[in-house]
Design a binder for this molecule. Structure first.
Ligand SMILES: Cc1cc2nc3c(=O)[nH]c(=O)nc-3n(C[C@H](O)[C@H](O)[C@H](O)COP(=O)(O)OP(=O)(O)OC[C@H]3O[C@@H](n4cnc5c(N)ncnc54)[C@H](O)[C@@H]3O)c2cc1C
Length: 513
């Protein structure tokens, strides 16, 4: 099987399809890339929170960040804020910012915080970024070039506009061929050594589309990997119960209302509500477990949240059902699934688009040159992404197992041992006497670094009681805490508000690199 790989066919025109097409086409100018999407099946239209990795992705595909801000109604995201997750009381909050704790790795910050500074939330002590978020500050200045940061940031964006933006760039600048047609059937290779591969796709209007590698970005139906190849979904509802979402777009009370610098996730009786600020509106949604709350009661809780935040008294949220899980394999024969077709777990840390970016980057970096190489690349991809999905699930579960809320069966059941992955239980046991370290997450490209675990653990008031160690160096930790405070004092007056900088970008743009 030495056939050269020349033609990549992406099926699906949601965020996953266009991101995959863009990253591959930008890296491999010699390859033909075709994206086919059904005119009758719209993209899911949600997915508004991203990671800092999106800056690298957008830079890699060659777009202007200023154009992106303007055309995607995008805003800055500097992390997540979790309200009412610890015990559900008023004033119960913590941050998971995008910057590492100050001096992370040089000193045992967690031990010093726990021994002497418990009255201050861990992230507020170890990082300047929560303070920027509380004050609604932007993570850079008007003169900071595109994609560069003073404080690490990702984006909040309008998912529908993002798809159009990527499509225009793919078609106009990267030479991606766009076919608007519905895939009715898969045409397999019938014989020879490629028997079992996909030869082509039968399109409703325009005949058969052949290709060498097929990227399944067909959303939750997983048309090629799940449908054609029958690769099963590994269900995860027993670990992470949420399987429904209600999503709504809410106008600001006034056009100059502050734009939040973080995603806020507010815990509810049977799930949590996301709140994302874009320049022109907020995106708000309730992610919940249908086994623990009915749709009507969930809609009522969402309505109460919207009204409490100054939104309209009446809302008509969109309901989205999902089955939490990921595929047993992501790449089979000459077909690889990226996006919702590969799996989906509740968007608590906005990891879905990050996994799309990682998948697209892996594919672009390790693109097989021939069919003979493909099985080797596929095996490595499957191993890497199974590892990543497992880590995502453990990290999301961590947010639940540490809560002391007992106001509903939802929170109590989340702490039952049978629902907690074994590896997470083992790590929690270790973390009773020492903080998470890089050794716990040893891969070069971990989805969540040990610093993220520290932010969640200590944000949730997890206590450890290990004996002091010679390497703890309390004076070093305190030096880093003072540095975080100094940076806070320096940055707050120097950084514009989120809205002011976004307005500047709309009018004048950012300097190009
Ligand atoms: C409630 C909710 C909130 C979320 N929030 C976040 C978030 O904050 N951050 C984040 O990173 N992710 C989030 N996600 C996930 C994110 O929305 C998705 O990962 C992202 O939108 C990618 O979707 P997709 O492109 O895989 O699928 P889709 O957007 O569903 O696109 C599927 C595409 O396949 C095409 N298609 C389907 N069938 C056919 C056919 N037969 N022939 C041709 N084409 C076909 C459709 O036309 C469509 O273009 C969220 C998801 C949900 C459900």
């Amino acid at each position: 099987m030495s056939n050269t790989i020349e033609h990549i066919v992406v099926v699906g025109g949601g965020s996953a399809g266009w991101l995959a097409a863009a990253v591959i086409a930008a890296e491999h100018r010699h390859l033909r890339v075709t994206l086919v999407e059904s005119p009758g099946v719209p993209p899911i239209g949600v997915g508004e929170g991203t990671w800092p990795s999106m800056r690298d992705t957008l830079h890699r595909i060659g777009v202007s960040e200023s154009d992106f801000f303007r055309e995607c109604d995008a805003a800055f995201k500097q992390g997540s804020r979790f309200d009412r997750w610890v015990d559900g009381s008023d004033g119960d909050y913590y941050f998971h910012p995008f910057v590492l704790p100050q001096g992370y790795g040089d000193a045992n910050l967690a031990a010093a915080w726990q021994a002497r500074h418990r009255e201050v939330p861990f992230a507020d002590l170890a990082s300047f970024q929560p303070h920027l978020c509380v004050q609604g500050r932007a993570p850079k200045q008007a003169r900071t070039p595109e994609f560069a940061a003073v404080a690490n940031y990702g984006y909040h964006l309008d998912a529908g506009k993002f798809g159009v933006f990527l499509r225009t760039h793919c078609v106009d600048k990267l030479g991606v061929r766009h076919v608007l047609d519905h895939v009715d059937a898969v045409v397999p290779h019938e014989d020879g050594e490629r028997r079992g591969d996909i030869a082509g796709l039968r399109l409703r209007e325009s005949g058969t589309l052949t290709g060498d590698l097929f990227i399944d970005c067909t959303g939750m139906q997983s048309l090629l990997l799940g449908g054609h190849y029958g690769v099963p979904l590994l269900h995860q509802k027993h670990v992470l119960f949420n399987d429904r979402a209600l999503a709504v777009q809410v106008p600001y009370a006034t056009p100059d209302a502050p734009i939040a610098s973080q995603t806020t996730s507010t815990a509810q009786s049977a799930g949590w509500i996301w709140d994302i600020g874009l320049p022109t509106r907020r995106g708000i949604g309730y992610v919940y477990s249908s086994a623990h709350v009915g749709d009507e009661e969930a809609a009522r809780q969402l309505g109460d949240y919207v009204v409490a935040g100054g939104g309209p008294a009446s809302i008509s949220p969109r309901r989205i059902a999902f089955e939490p899980g990921y595929r047993e394999r992501f790449w089979q024969r000459n077909c690889v699934a990226i996006g919702l077709s590969a799996g989906f777990i509740e968007p608590l840390e906005a990891s879905a688009l990050a996994l799309v970016e990682m998948s697209a980057a892996w594919l672009a970096d390790d693109m097989p040159a021939t069919r003979a190489q493909m099985d080797v690349v596929a095996a490595r991809f499957n191993e890497a992404f199974t590892y990543r999905w497992e880590r995502v699930i453990e990290f999301l579960k961590l947010h639940y197992v540490l809560s002391t809320r007992s106001d509903s069966s939802y929170w109590i059941e989340h702490r039952q041992a049978g629902s907690i992955p074994a590896r997470l239980q083992e790590l929690l046991e270790l973390w009773r006497t020492r903080p998470p370290s890089r050794r716990d997450f040893p891969r070069i490209e971990e989805v969540f670094p040990s610093a993220s675990y520290q932010y969640i653990l200590y944000g949730m008031q997890f206590a450890f009681d290990g004996a002091p160690r010679a390497s703890d160096l309390p004076q070093e930790a305190d030096r880093h805490f003072r540095e975080a405070a100094r940076l806070t004092a320096q940055m707050l007056p120097a950084l514009p508000s989120n809205r002011a900088l976004l307005e500047h970008i709309r009018m004048h743009g950012l300097p190009r690199i």
